[in-house]
Design a protein around this ligand. Sequence first.
Ligand SMILES: Cc1cc2nc3c(=O)[nH]c(=O)nc-3n(C[C@H](O)[C@H](O)[C@H](O)COP(=O)(O)O)c2cc1C
Length: 326
Amino acid sequence: MDLSVDYLGLKLKNPLIAGSSGLSSTFEKVKALEKAGVGAVVLKSLFEEQIMFEADETAAQNRYEYPEAVEYLKAYSQNSQLEQYLKLIERCKNEIKIPIIASINASTEGAWVSFAQKIEQAGADALELNVSLWPGNFDTTSEQNEQHYFNVIEQVSEKVKLPLALKMSNYSAGLAHLIKTLSWTKKVDAFVLFNRYYAPDIDIENLKMSHSNILNFVPDPAVTLRWVALLSGHIRIPISASTGIRSGNDVVKHLLAGAQTTQVVSVLYQNGLGDINQMLIDIEHWMQRKNYKKIDDFRGLLNYKQAENPEIFERIQFMKYLSSLE
Ligand SMILES: Cc1cc2nc3c(=O)[nH]c(=O)nc-3n(C[C@H](O)[C@H](O)[C@H](O)COP(=O)(O)O)c2cc1C
């Protein structure tokens, strides 16, 4: 069986990518993911806010003893965290054979570009732009929110040559149009659909807001599958499916829907890295049973391209489904 796929201009030995998370935050962890068999690793995101926050904390601890050194300490702390990230990339590139995709999440225009340039110099194979779009600001319109994606890819693609993946949220009343228009800019080389967000909860005993454990909160797995199936036949840019993929069968489903690659995180936190091998075995067994020799033999077979009007297709499926329950 040939499980290899092309993604972001790279050859991956299989379509299973370890998504960005704490599981890829150190060299040892990335090495363990390689050993476990993934086709590529996305490093934990470098968050601009976190860098700024930690820099402030470092500076605050010294505020009273050396007030004149606060600014120096802040700058030093910011640089040293960025340096650590760049060193992680360099070491991974020297000692690890599978592709290394860096990831950034910035909040200011300058940081998107300067982080991306430094990451390119450090030798990453590609860069995932983790753009957090959370439409909870009462003063921002949908157009203004979505413009953010265009701004980020415009700024970064102008300054770096690295292959770029745009990791998006599924919030948008016009998601299909948005992604189609983003694909027309030709400024990104892949879409990662979708990111996973903090999930709020309420503690009814202590009457306070809380949050669900990110790993126990199971997102609806059909969300990613639906959008991959809908979009993959209509845009020319590859999609990496992310969120809710927990088994070899899930990987097969997303490939049939048209994804180029699939990303896993939560299942690895919960079950350990041993699941990677099992998922790959299950994909191979399925391919053997169906007589497929390579991924492209079946990738996209079940996307919505055949449905002339996907909106009506979904509506009819939904009505059929509901009437079957009556
Ligand atoms: C503990 C944890 C940490 C994560 N950290 C990041 C991160 O640093 N950057 C990022 O882009 N996504 C991050 N994610 C999101 C994952 O990369 C992935 O998109 C998401 O978890 C969906 O896949 P899953 O259903 O397999 O968990 C994180 C997810 C988890 C569970």
